[in-house]
Design a protein around this ligand. Structure first.
Ligand code: ADE
Length: 250
């Protein structure tokens, strides 16, 4: 193997959901080419009782079931090999629980995750996972957006897809990556292709002018206008990066 393999390890009650969409297109080709690998681990395998139960009612009441800490602990111990009381594991291998309670996933975090040798992703169903096992393993909670999914699996697929396209050899064109949305804190400029006129709508003239300096300036202005209008949060962070980064909102 000429380059290190990036591995996504997913703990789930639905291992058959993987690779799913990740077996197709760019990520699927890279998987087949050995540029990354996927391990889907069935949490139910680690259930200790004869009914193979992985969840139970929430203390304090309320609807839905909570995933048991002993089962998740056994699964994490088996896959990471960390069995001591402190649950020590390699510092460069992130351990993430996908949850709407998590910190929002950003392109910066995706870059860091893609640079790690392996990420372990815990997917919850039902009402979530017992907090004690998350605390005991210092699990990082990550959300893919302010909406609630029926489980962590689609979120894990999103996170893996975002990482895989950044791996060396997957996309090919480093310039494409440098110009896309969120790189440099801006949304991307709009794109056009042939035909040059379609249903009375023309491609902006500057793009067909061949004047590279003007094209760069136009694209920059478009990126800034879109960011200001659609994502005032990103725009504010660009204007005053230190104030926002210091976590004044948290
Ligand atoms: N599980 C359920 N909803 C989620 C979200 N928004 N992000 C990550 N994991 C989730």
């Amino acid at each position: 193997m000429s380059q290190p393999l990036w591995t996504a390890r997913v703990l789930t009650l639905f291992p058959e959901m993987f690779p799913g969409p990740l077996g197709h297109s760019l990520a699927g080709k890279a998987l087949a080419a050995g540029l990354w690998s996927l391990e889907a681990v069935d949490i139910r395998y680690f259930a200790g009782d004869k009914h193979r139960s992985v969840d139970d009612a929430a203390f304090g009441g309320g609807p839905g079931l909570v995933m048991r800490p002993d089962v998740i602990d056994a699964a994490l111990a088996a896959v990471t090999g960390a069995i001591g009381p402190d649950r020590a594991r390699p510092a460069d291998e992130p351990l993430i629980y996908l949850s709407p309670r998590g910190r929002p996933l950003t392109q910066d975090r995706v870059h860091a995750l893609a640079a790690a040798p392996r990420v372990t992703l815990l997917c919850g169903r039902y009402e979530g996972v017992d907090q004690r096992v998350l605390d005991a393993w210092s699990v990082e909670e990550v959300s893919i957006g302010d909406y609630v999914l029926s489980g962590g699996e689609p979120a894990a697929i999103v996170l893996i897809d975002a990482c895989v396209r950044l791996l060396p050899g997957v996309m090919g064109d480093a310039e494409t990556l440098a110009e896309e949305s969120f790189e440099g804190g801006l949304l991307e400029y709009p794109q056009y292709t042939r035909p040059q006129e379609w249903r009375g709508r023309k491609v902006p003239e500057v793009l067909a002018s061949g004047h590279h300096e003007n094209i760069r300036a136009w694209r920059r202005a478009q990126a800034e206008a879109a960011t200001r209008e659609r994502r005032p949060d990103l725009w504010a962070r660009r204007q005053a990066p230190s104030a926002v980064k210091e976590g004044k909102s948290r």
